[in-house]
Design a protein around this ligand. Structure first.
Ligand code: ADP
Ligand code: 5GP
Length: 187
């Protein structure tokens, strides 16, 4: 079994941005590409950002037992980590890096225990989170409202993670995350 690093936070807190920066720094990282039943956003590539599946195909793979974990993160929209993805990354000798919702982060941490580091990315405030979601410009008003609606409950779960990183100033947050990961990988 290899090592795992999980990033969780409400949508818009900056997980993807921080992971992208860290992927350039840590050669050993391999991003675990999740499956989702949502539509690709402009610029998203199947097999790179996500495996985009129809709802029926997603459910078929659930029934087949292909997922390590999965969640209906938003009503009618499922996301999940494929067992084959983690096996692929570990077979390549990589540290598996996950961008998952808060429940997914807790489930994967429970599964891998001390071999996993769970990181919660905290926005400086709920107002800033809302601004970031809007300025990203990738979601409709309805999708933004769904994401914000979930965020209060998710933010309360931060103490259940190994580490919390406040994503205020991006270079500072990335540097702090790097230090925490370097410590974890030493052991
Ligand atoms: P998530 O993956 O958690 O949904 P993103 O990484 O997509 O979040 O970030 C949401 C938006 O906020 C993006 O437009 C991103 O460029 C911006 N962003 C991320 N971190 C910061 C930061 N520290 N300061 C300002 N804007 C940020
Ligand atoms: P988005 O639609 O913004 O890409 O992702 C929405 C939410 O789904 C984010 O919180 C993201 O972390 C989460 N997510 C992405 N992949 C997975 C996964 O494999 N499992 C779980 N549980 N959540 C995921």
């Amino acid at each position: 079994m290899g090592k795992a690093i999980l990033f969780s936070a409400p949508s818009g807190c900056g997980k993807t941005t921080i992971i992208r920066e860290l992927m350039q720094y840590f050669d050993c990282f391999g991003f675990s590409i999740s499956a989702t039943s949502r539509q690709p956003r402009a610029g998203e590539v199947d097999g790179k950002d996500y495996y985009f599946l129809s709802h029926t195909e997603f459910k078929r793979r659930v029934d087949q037992g292909d997922f390590l974990e999965w969640e209906e993160v938003y009503a009618g929209t499922c996301y999940g980590t494929l067992k084959s993805e983690v096996e692929r990354l570990w077979a390549e000798g990589r540290v598996a890096v996950f961008d998952v919702d808060v429940n997914g982060g807790r489930n994967i941490k429970r599964h891998f225990g001390a071999d996993a580091l769970s990181i919660f990315v905290m926005p400086p405030s709920v107002e800033v989170l809302e601004q970031r979601l809007r300025s990203r410009g990738t979601e409709s008003e309805e999708a933004i409202a769904k994401r914000l609606g979930r965020s209060a409950e998710e933010l309360k779960q931060a103490p259940l993670f190994d580490v919390t990183i406040v994503n205020d100033d991006l270079p500072r947050a990335v540097a702090e995350t790097r230090r925490v990961i370097e410590d974890f990988l030493k052991n």
